[in-house]
Every structure is written in structure tokens, then in C-alpha cells.
Design a protein around this ligand. Structure first.
Ligand SMILES: *Cc1c(COP(=O)(O)O)cnc(C)c1O
Length: 406
């Protein structure tokens, strides 16, 4: 049986009523026949049947042992970090998700957990950063927003050899395209807010573990610290996952067409998409994923924040917002949004130049999305031409812009 068929039919029909959709068990507690004698549930922080259906679904989706659902992607990441003890060290991908960076630096560092950030696209950098205290390696692939690719198998081999865990934040690829546990990772986390939910209507997170032991530990922290996903939100995530494969196929097809279009437009400088043969991670991405995903980033020839602002405020279908992976296409400007708090020099060194724009291809028709981008890019070029042709009055302003570019 194929993966999608198997997935859809692994969502159980309700044994009590025959309901084909998983019931939302909106309850805090469960009546017991005698103290400790119950039907598998006693209190809804520890376990809820709607959440349990979601947790076994994501475990299956990632081909892992145990799934655990959390109130957000960050709560899921937090549960994994809680596996560590004071003095343990972490090696993390250098362009890690900003919220994970904040968690490591502003929450866990003061408890004596030190994180070293390296460019994990070269596994040697990970080898060189290892110390006897390294307990966890943390990667994302593709990364945000320049979609750098790390070889999961190679890093998993390093982790295994040195007795540490590998956790992959699989949010950008989604399990429809990439299953890190099959490549040797020990843990996978997701912001379910993105592709798993898929409709921009829920904040959620999941952890899936490769084995029972890690599963038990994560479940312990889930219950002990309590950032569980509620039953309605669990249901929304199940509902999203039901169409995950179908959606990701379309997101990816549009993103690939958009990347090709952007490469051909005279206002565009660099295009970042792992599906392009020119992308440095292309062959690794092709070998470890079944597709290249729905995110495309690009920079403008006119590399200024003003040009990027003009672009992101002149698209109609691509809505200006943080987040990704939903039905509606989104556009964001990392330098002024997600990456604003990173010093300009550091940001630019990581490829996040002033004009870099990130697109999340939604489920609108591909041609309409390309048309929307075309009109916004064309109007940028038209504005530039008009400014260049404007007589004397515009001259000082033109000079100022030229100075900034230099
Ligand atoms: C959004 C995101 C998170 C955080 O998830 P929340 O649901 O917003 O808490 C973590 N990792 C990546 C890669 C993300 O894109």
C-alpha cells in the first residue's frame, strides 16, 4: 500500500459511534471505575484521545516510534532541550530558526547549556566542533531563508559515532518530502503551525522519536511541564495532515515554476531554491528528499531595503506576513521581519542581504502566482526607469541611493 493511502486509513474510525472524523474530546478529566481503574485516560494533560490520535499519526508519518504534540513548535523544541543536563553542549546549524536561537541563548545558556553554531552544510565543521561534552546536534534542512541543505545521513553517522543525539527540525521540508528518522536521526521536531496544519489557523508543535526510550523521556517532559496541544487544535492538525501529501505536491510544483520564472526576470539577482541545479545543496537535497518544497527566496539587483519594501507591498496574492506553509501565498522581508534582530553584517554574511525576499507558495494556481510576481517586479523596474529619467529635481535623491548601494 502506498504512503498516502496508508496514512489516510491509519486515522481511526471512532469505535463507539462509527464517526469517520476523529471526535474532539473536549474534557479535562475522565471518570474512573475505581481508583486507578480507567479506560486508558485519567487526566487530559497526561493524555487525551484526540491528541493521542494525532500523536500516533505523526509517529507513523515520520516513521518513528513515539509522537508527542505540543502547544507550539517552540514548546516541542523546548521538550527536546530538556533532555540535556547542565554542562552538556549542543552543536547547532548556524542559520537556525530565530526562536530556537533565542531559547538556547536566553533561556538555556543560564542553566549551563552551551551551544556552538556551525555551518552544517560541511559535516567536517560538525566534527571539528565536537567535544566530549557534546550531547546533541541540531540541524534544519532546508534552512530559513536561504534554504541551505545539510546531509542528514552524514551528520547522523557523526552523532552515532560520538554518542550524541541528532535532532532535525523538519518544518520546512515536511514528512511528505523528507523523513530524517529513516536517515539515522534520533528525534524530529515540527512547527505544526506550518505545513502539517497547512491552513494558517493553528499554532502547534510535535516531536517524534526514533525509539521507545527517547519517546518515554519526551512524554515525561510533555506531562511534567505541561505545554500540551489542546483537543480542538489536535483535531485541526489531524485535518491538515489528511491533505499533507496533496498540498505539498502542489506547493512544490508552484515553487519550482516560480524559481524558474524568477531566474528569468531582469530585476532579480540571486534565486535560492534547492530544486535548481545551480543550488549548492541540490544533489544532496535530491538524494534525501522526495521534492524541494514550497519556499523560494531571492534577492533583487537593486539591493536595498527600499526596493524590497516596494516589492513586498505591491504583490496582491502574496500576502505580507511571517510564517509559511499555508493555503494562501505569503511573502516576507527577512531583513525587516524574521532576521531584524541579527546585526546587519552577520545577517549579510549569511546571505540575508537587504533585498532578500522569501516566498511561501500557497495553493493558488501557479500561473496566477507568477503573474502576481511579474507585475510587482515589472513595476519595480518601471519605477527605477522613471526615477532615472526624472530631470534635475530627482538628481540629489538618485545620488543618495547610489551612495547607499556602494
Ligand atoms: C515556525 C518555526 C518554528 C517555531 O514554531 P512555532 O509553532 O511558531 O512555535 C520552529 N522551527 C521552524 C523551522 C519554524 O519555521
Amino acid at each position: 500500500m502506498q504512503a498516502t493511502t496508508q496514512l489516510i486509513h491509519s486515522i481511526p474510525v471512532d469505535p463507539l459511534t462509527g464517526a469517520i472524523s476523529v471526535p474532539i474530546y473536549q474534557t479535562s478529566t475522565f471518570v474512573q471505575e475505581a481508583p486507578g481503574v480507567n479506560k486508558g485516560y485519567d487526566y487530559a494533560r497526561s493524555g487525551n484521545p484526540t491528541r493521542a490520535a494525532l500523536e500516533s499519526l505523526v509517529a507513523q508519518l515520520e516513521n518513528g516510534h513515539t509522537g508527542a504534540a505540543f502547544a507550539s513548535g517552540l514548546a516541542a523544541i523546548d521538550a527536546v532541550v530538556k533532555l540535556l543536563e547542565t554542562g552538556d553542549e549542543v552543536i547547532a546549524v548556524d542559520d537556525i530558526y530565530g526562536g530556537a536561537f533565542r531559547l538556547f541563548e536566553q533561556v538555556y545558556r543560564k542553566f549551563g547549556i552551551n551551544v556552538t553554531y556551525v555551518d552544517t552544510t560541511n559535516p567536517e565543521n560538525v566534527l571539528n566542533a565536537l567535544t566530549p561534552k557534546t550531547k546533541l546536534i541540531w540541524i534544519e534542512t532546508p534552512t530559513n531563508p536561504t534554504l541551505k541543505i545539510t546531509d542528514i545521513k552524514a551528520i547522523a553517522a557523526i552523532a552515532k559515532e560520538h554518542g550524541c543525539w541528532l535532532c532535525v527540525d523538519n518544518t520546512f521540508a515536511s514528512p511528505a518530502l523528507q523523513k530524517p528518522l529513516e536517515l539515522g536521526a534520533d528525534l524530529v521536531v515540527h512547527s505544526g503551525t506550518k505545513y502539517l496544519g497547512g491552513h494558517s489557523d493553528v499554532i502547534a508543535g510535535v516531536v517524534v522519536t526514533a525509539n521507545a526510550d527517547l519517546g518515554q523521556k519526551i512524554r515525561f517532559y510533555q506531562n511534567a511541564t505541561g505545554a500540551v496541544l489542546g483537543p480542538v487544535d489536535s483535531w485541526l492538525l489531524i485535518r491538515g495532515i489528511e491533505t499533507l501529501h496533496l498540498r505539498v505536491r502542489q506547493h512544490s510544483a508552484s515553487a519550482r515554476a516560480i524559481a524558474a520564472f524568477l531566474q528569468s526576470h531582469p530585476a532579480v539577482d540571486k534565486v535560492y531554491y534547492p530544486g535548481l541545479a545551480t543550488h549548492p545543496g541540490h544533489s544532496i537535497a535530491a538524494s534525501q528528499s522526495r521534492g524541494f518544497g514550497g519556499i523560494v527566496s531571492f534577492s533583487l539587483k537593486e539591493d536595498t531595503q527600499e526596493a524590497a519594501t516596494a516589492f513586498v507591498t505591491s504583490t496582491h496574492l502574496f500576502k505580507l506576513a511571517e510564517s509559511l506553509g499555508g493555503i494562501k501565498s505569503l511573502v516576507s522581508h527577512p531583513a525587516q521581519m524574521t532576521h531584524k534582530s541579527i546585526p546587519a553584517e552577520k545577517r549579510k554574511a549569511a546571505g540575508v542581504v537587504d533585498s532578500l525576499v522569501r516566498l511561501s507558495a500557497g495553493l493558488e494556481d501557479t500561473e496566477d502566482l507568477i503573474e502576481d510576481l511579474r507585475q510587482a517586479l515589472d513595476s519595480l523596474l518601471a519605477k527605477k526607469t522613471a526615477a532615472e529619467q526624472r530631470p534635475t529635481a530627482a538628481a540629489p535623491q538618485k545620488k543618495a541611493v547610489a551612495e547607499v548601494v556602494v
